[in-house]
Design a protein around this ligand. Structure first.
Ligand code: FES
Length: 267
């Protein structure tokens, strides 16, 4: 974990309240794993400390990309920062996804990525890294299920396709793809026909992750879930992000944000 000043390269609105931000951080970018996050001080040097955690969306050489939604004061301030400014950031933080099932040419499982809403943010980096593993696992194909409220709020479909993923869409109102929740789309796929063993990687709202956990147990498909809990310090000090697990209370920012779905006591 490092604390650095990173140059803001790009910060633009892409659709609705969603922004795409690029930071030049050569000392951190090469160390990041999919599922890890960074903590960014969003305000200027003379203002009170205001940090926000952001999942790492993509890494390209020295640059790290973040996808964020303006939902409050912190992200509102961030949306006004301009290219050429410097931001204080800490990272990489937390524990990322375990990709051990896909290392080596004998890997026999397929990854299925399940993203609900803003849950796409850290999962694009995962798809990027999985594509890199194809050299050692040539048969590896990544299926991506994206859930959104409506057709107009689907995020990153093109980016996943550009990485060679097989993308399927679910919308709550049925305006694109499967009508219903993305967890329903996952279960429909598992219900139909024979398929190779899969490993599920999920990020999204808590209720969606709880449902993914149930499906994972029912179909005996291991699932890893990245939790989107509210975080304060982001470095394991304040206990403001604890979740109940089979091992006791654990900090999302430190032991997570990625957990085995069946280890969480969803309540
Ligand atoms: Fe402070 Fe996790 S946010 S311990």
């Amino acid at each position: 974990m490092l604390q650095i000043r990173a140059k803001l390269i790009y910060n633009k609105n892409i659709t609705g309240n969603f922004f795409h931000l690029t930071l030049r951080a050569p000392r951190i970018s090469g160390k990041c794993l999919p599922g890890q996050f960074i903590s960014v001080k969003v305000n200027g040097p003379n203002e009170p400390l205001l940090r926000r955690p952001f999942g790492i969306h993509k890494v390209k050489g020295s640059d790290m990309e973040v996808l964020y939604e303006v939902v409050g004061r912190g992200t509102e301030i961030l949306s006004q920062r301009k290219a050429g400014e410097y931001l204080d950031l800490i990272g990489p933080l937390g524990n990322g996804f375990d990709l051990g099932a896909f290392s080596g040419s004998r890997a026999s499982s397929s990854p299925v990525i399940v993203a609900g809403g803003m849950g796409v943010a850290p999962l694009l980096f995962l798809a990027q890294r999985l594509r890199g593993l194809r050299a050692s696992s040539p048969k590896l194909r990544t299926e991506v299920l994206i859930g959104a409220k409506t057709a107009s709020s689907i995020l990153c479909e093109k980016e996943f396709k550009n990485l060679g993923c097989d993308v399927k869409i679910a919308t709550d109102d049925g305006s694109r793809g499967f009508k219903g929740y993305v967890s329903g789309l996952l279960e429909r796929g598992l219900n139909t026909g024979r398929r190779p063993p899969i490993v599920i990687y999920a990020c999204g709202p808590r209720l969606m992750l709880k449902e993914i956990s149930r499906i994972s147990e029912k179909y005996n498909a291991p699932a890893q879930a990245s939790l989107e809990e509210h975080m304060a310090c982001g470095i394991g000090a304040c206990l403001g992000c604890v979740v109940n697990t089979k091992k006791g209370f654990e900090r999302v920012c430190k032991e997570g944000p990625v957990f085995r779905a069946n280890e969480i006591i969803w309540g």
